[in-house]
Design a protein around this ligand. Structure first.
Ligand code: ADP
Length: 654
């Protein structure tokens, strides 16, 4: 009966008595260590995966900022930037002001009155005479006057009576200056060039070079010359700006001294024009020219050159008004300067970093909110800068925000998907381990239940039998308690709530015990187990876990060796280390297989074909245990010849 009960107990285990793994302790250790290992490995894997995925995210964010910057400097990017500039230009017009310039216009009515083109010089002469009493600050004439004509006398006289007269010149296609004739030139304080540059993509005027050169002959633009005349000052140049009187004009040499023009906003209705014909009818209008910089030129649509500005939206502005606008920009110091490139670069990288962080630390709505804020920032910063007279390139930030958010969101999506898969796999493994645990706990319980029932049912049981049963109950309940204790310990260990046991023990002792336990298995396969020189030094750590590791290596060596071979355990110790090797003459493994045997559930083809049962978990647990002890495990193997597993552990200090 007794032996029957024993058999029942033994057979209910997945391991037979003959199988050295039938040891209960092994089962308890196996179950706990496998749970421990699964958790531990999952945690380690998660950590290294996390490091890798963070690095991927960082690389993506840097790449998105760089890509955005490169894209922004393509022709397409530039064009978008120009449109953004026009948008901000219209969005944030300056407050209206009292213009410091005025236009003396040769309009249709004036031309009709003076007989068309030929009468233009007479008309101008009349106009200048009419405004002279008002004493304008300066008068700029937007005609080139390169040739003599019979009616030049009155115009020359008018010029002679006009203080601070500025005449015009233009750069001809042949690369030479077209200047006014000397007769007029002598009365001018300066000659300014009137060559206008239009945007090559959309022919809208946004800025103007303040200087133009034909060979060594360089001229300042008409508006700047007029400003100098009004201020009775010359220009002092530096690489970044021009200084006229006290006005510093930000216009770098590297940009060809280009200056953005702050055109009068639509609410001002332009620079006020007074036509010469109007002055004839209303001489009192001359008073409006007092102290102003006068820009005299043709406004008649048929004759004047005309420009589009960001405000005009298809409508056009006479050339003379264009020069007056440039004058206003300088005189009122309404300069629009470019944000330094370093700021633009920095913002791109900050936006990319913010996008990355939003999706790194959060998901769902918070991440979307973060992305939204990044987008808002990418738009608000150029707008805010523009309101302070700084033109902040719009494309780099916008492109960066869009690309970085798209990449970060995709990254997040992929990570979450992967995490889900990992979590599900982990859950499945954990559940499997739990089922195994429950099964193992039930086994001793069945033995205890069965034996106690027998005792109570057969009251007249011989004393020897009763003792045998009581001993069995005692042994099984102790084993149960040990299993529970080990299980809880490993659980605590894996949760970081418990330090691994730190006891000092001899590795040699463990080896001997394992050899004893493995004897039946070795004998069944006719394999000789030899213990040679074993390390004499102590190590410190968890004796049970270490025994599990050694036992696993030994039973593997026996399992994966043909009968008639031998397994040898040997080792050595030195000042710091203790080494233990388990060598067999078994099926062996190739390099590729060796590199994978510590992966959970991995088994070599050779092992599977050997007919030996196995789960592919043992070695992964062994590795965990060894690593936990601050040691390492090394494998040398050759297919068909055998394997040698070597544990290198820290020696316990005396
Ligand atoms: P199991 O033995 O349960 O399959 P292990 O994790 O202990 O799992 O071992 C993983 C695999 O490593 C084995 O399936 C086998 O392919 C290989 N292996 C381990 N030890 C040896 C050995 N001594 N000789 C040859 N192959 C081995």
């Amino acid at each position: 009966m007794n032996s029957g009960a024993r058999r029942t107990t033994a057979n209910s285990s997945p391991y037979s008595v003959l199988d050295p793994r039938g040891s209960r302790k092994w089962a308890a250790n196996h179950l706990c260590a496998s749970i421990y290992s699964i958790r531990r490995q999952a945690a380690n894997l998660a950590k290294s995966m996390q490091r890798k995925t963070h690095a991927v995210l960082a690389a993506l964010m840097v790449a998105s900022a760089l890509a955005a910057l490169v894209l922004s400097w393509t022709a397409l990017g530039r064009q978008f930037d120009t449109y953004a500039y026009d948008f901000f230009f219209r969005l944030e017009p300056p407050a209206p002001w009292q213009p410091q310039s005025i236009i003396l216009a040769l309009d249709e009515e004036t031309l009709t009155k003076y007989g068309g083109l030929t009468g233009m010089r007479s008309a101008l002469a009349d106009g200048l005479e009419k405004i002279r009493p008002a004493q304008p600050a300066a008068v700029a004439i937007d005609f080139i006057l390169p040739d003599a004509s019979p009616s030049d006398g009155p115009l020359e006289a008018a010029f002679a009576n006009t203080p601070n007269l500025v005449l015009s010149c233009d750069l001809l296609p042949n690369g030479r200056w077209e200047d006014p004739i000397e007769r007029f030139r002598t009365h001018a304080v300066a000659v300014g060039e009137v060559h206008a540059d239009l945007d090559k993509f959309d022919a809208i005027s946004r800025d103007l070079p303040l200087e133009k050169a034909a060979g060594n002959d360089r001229r300042w633009t008409l508006a700047l010359e007029t400003f100098m005349a009004v201020n009775h000052a010359g220009v002092i140049e530096s690489p970044d700006d021009l200084l006229v009187g006290t006005t510093r004009i930000p216009s770098a040499d590297s940009t060809g001294r280009t200056l953005r023009i702050r055109f009068t906003p639509p609410s001002m209705n332009g620079i006020p024009p007074v036509s010469i014909a109007e002055l004839d009818r209303h001489p009192e209008l001359a008073a409006r020219f007092a102290g102003k910089a006068v820009f005299a030129g043709v406004t008649a649509q048929t004759l004047s050159d005309r420009y589009s500005t960001p405000y005009t939206n298809g409508a056009i502005m006479p050339g003379i008004e264009f020069h007056a606008n440039l004058y206003e920009t300088i005189a009122r110091r309404m300069f629009l300067t470019d944000a330094p490139l370093t700021w633009v670069f920095a913002l791109s990288f900050i936006l990319a970093a913010a996008s990355g962080l939003a999706f790194l630390f959060t998901g769902g709505w918070p991440a979307n909110l973060g992305a939204f804020l990044v987008l808002v920032a990418s738009q608000a910063i150029p707008a805010l800068a523009f309101s302070h007279g700084i033109v902040w390139e719009w494309m780099p930030g916008t492109f960066t925000a869009v690309i970085a958010i798209a990449l970060a969101a995709t990254w997040r999506h992929l990570i979450v998907r992967r995490q889900l898969t990992v979590a599900e796999n982990e859950k499945t493994r954990y559940q499997r381990s739990m089922q195994f645990a429950i099964h193992e706990l039930r086994t001793p319980l069945t033995a205890i239940q069965g034996s106690s029932e027998l005792i109570s049912r057969y009251g007249s049981m011989p004393e020897a039998k009763r003792k045998e049963m009581a001993d069995l109950i005692n042994a099984e309940s102790k084993r149960l308690a040990r299993m529970i204790e080990t299980f809880l310990s490993v659980e605590k260990l894996s949760a970081g709530q418990m330090e691994m046991k730190q006891e000092r023990f001899l590795l040699a002792e463990i080896v001997k015990r394992c050899a004893e336990r493995a004897k039946p298995l070795a004998e069944a396969k006719n394999i000789a187990v030899h213990l040679e020189d074993l390390p004499a030094a102590q190590i410190s750590g968890d004796r049970e876990l270490m025994e599990y590791a050694v036992y696993n290596l030994l039973t593997n060596a026996i399992k994966y060796s043909p009968s008639g071979t031998q397994v040898t355990l040997f080792g050595e110790d030195n000042k710091n280390e203790v080494r233990l090797s388990v060598q067999d003459q078994g099926i062996g493994m190739d390099k590729k297989e060796v590199s994978r045997i510590f992966e959970k559930f991995y088994r070599t083809k050779r092992a599977e074909q050997s007919g030996e049962a196995g789960t592919g978990i043992g070695l992964s647990i062994v590795e965990q245990i060894v690593v936990q002890h601050g040691g390492s495990i090394h494998v040398e193997s050759e297919p068909g010849k055998g394997s040698r597993f070597t544990l290198v552990l820290k020696r316990a200090y005396d």
